[in-house]
Design a protein around this ligand. Structure first.
Ligand SMILES: NC(=O)c1ccc[n+]([C@@H]2O[C@H](COP(=O)([O-])OP(=O)(O)OC[C@H]3O[C@@H](n4cnc5c(N)ncnc54)[C@H](OP(=O)(O)O)[C@@H]3O)[C@@H](O)[C@H]2O)c1
Ligand SMILES: [Zn+2]
Length: 351
């Protein structure tokens, strides 16, 4: 199963809206005779690759797969049919598929077909590997991670808006790796106007995550690095209140999405419909606070740099959360801490 999980990870950032899945086939004598993984939505599932490689050697053997085999006709035929016709004796699964079209029915079909089925092997690892997929299936929305870079005195920018660079090069490299693991990166119009960000993984992921500029005013600069869609796809997302005449002024390269409302939650609904399992919020305080209040954020990654920026007013990670008592504060559960030179990264889950 550890090998199957390793194989599954090879599909990182390419399988959405599908999960990461890896599979191996062990023959009757206990030798590994087939490996496969799901490489991209629309391409064959992991079981198909592993069983094709194993061929006749699968007879009497075991299929080890990180996710329950599917039993419905999607873009590809049901894997349970192939598993049943391959002559296997046993199937070992890490995680039951949370997708309601499968959700135990695949395992049942295999048991009905006379196979021995063992489940729950390294389940925790499989859950953590497919955290984003599971979240989208359960909530209908992509998993939201929010990242900010902050000085020791809690500032995310100077009073004049300057924020380059608060953290060191190693920390910024880690942020590029984080981008490589999500389907989309979101900023608001003000961050584009002030920072002219690139928002790519600097080639750590192919394709690069979709860059989403969320704006209500559509008062966006004519020239910005983010409009260059030769590096990565860019979308401009806006609400229904935007006057039509403003649309003609927008740069031609980026895609445009009209949302049901200019609320972060509706942006997430649209991105889920487009197949995103995960998003990274890299916005400033105004948009960040609303996104948190609307439950769009499940995890926060805070980079803390040993610098004092000062200033009143100065940029801070969040603006108003509408609280009147500390007892009502949003609470977090720290899951990891790591240093990059003198910078500290703290990751925490919003409870
Ligand atoms: N240190 C860091 O980690 C970090 C990260 C990001 C940004 N920043 C700093 O944050 C500052 C910008 O802060 P910001 O909060 O204005 O950031 P922002 O990321 O631009 O978000 C605010 C913008 O989001 C758009 N938006 C769309 N729907 C919205 C809604 N329902 N409610 C509110 N806004 C909505 C609006 O764009 P339109 O005005 O175009 O309508 C609004 O101006 C910059 O100085 C930047 O340097 C720092
Ligand atoms: Zn399948």
């Amino acid at each position: 199963m550890q090998r199957a999980l390793q194989l599954a990870a090879l599909g990182q950032n390419r399988t959405s809206p599908n999960p990461l899945v890896g599979a191996v086939v062990i023959n009757e004598s206990g030798f590994l005779v087939g490996e496969g993984f799901h490489a991209r939505a629309g391409l064959p599932h992991a079981e198909v690759g592993a069983l094709n490689q194993a061929g006749d050697q699968a007879k009497g053997g075991t299929l080890v797969v990180t996710l329950e085999p599917c039993c419905h006709q999607g873009r590809t035929p049901p894997c349970t049919d192939l598993v049943l016709s391959s002559g296997l004796r046993r199937v070992v699964v890490a995680l039951q598929d949370p997708d309601s079209r499968v959700s135990g029915a695949g395992l049942e079909r295999l048991r009905d077909g006379g196979l021995e089925v063992i489940t729950g092997v390294l389940e925790d690892l499989a859950v953590s590997q497919n955290k984003a997929f599971i979240h989208r299936i359960r909530t209908g929305l992509p998993l939201g991670i929010m990242k900010w870079a902050m000085s020791f005195d809690g500032r995310t920018s100077l009073p004049n808006g300057a924020s380059k660079w608060i953290t060191n090069e190693k920390s910024r490299d880690w942020v590029h790796s984080l981008r490589a693991k999500v389907d989309a990166v979101i900023v608001g119009g003000e961050t584009v106007r002030r920072d002219d960000p690139l928002l790519t993984s600097r080639g750590k992921s192919t394709p690069e995550p979709i860059r989403v500029v969320f704006s209500r005013s559509l008062d966006l600069p004519e020239n910005s690095r983010i409009w260059d869609t030769s590096i990565s796809r860019t979308l401009i997302a806006y609400g229904p209140e935007v006057p039509k005449k403003l649309l003609s002024n927008l740069p031609k390269g980026p895609g445009k999405i009209k949302l049901r409302s200019s609320e972060p939650i509706d942006l997430l609904h649209s991105l889920a419909e487009m197949g995103c399992n995960s998003v990274l919020w890299e916005c400033g305080p105004k948009l960040a606070s609303i996104a948190i209040k609307q439950g769009c954020v499940q995890e926060i990654a805070m980079m803390l740099a040993p610098k004092l920026l000062g200033g009143v007013p100065a940029g801070t990670p969040l603006s108003e959360l509408g609280l009147y008592s500390v007892e009502d504060a949003f609470t977090l559960k720290t899951i990891s801490k790591k240093t990059f030179g003198q910078d500290l990264l703290v990751r925490a889950l919003l409870e």
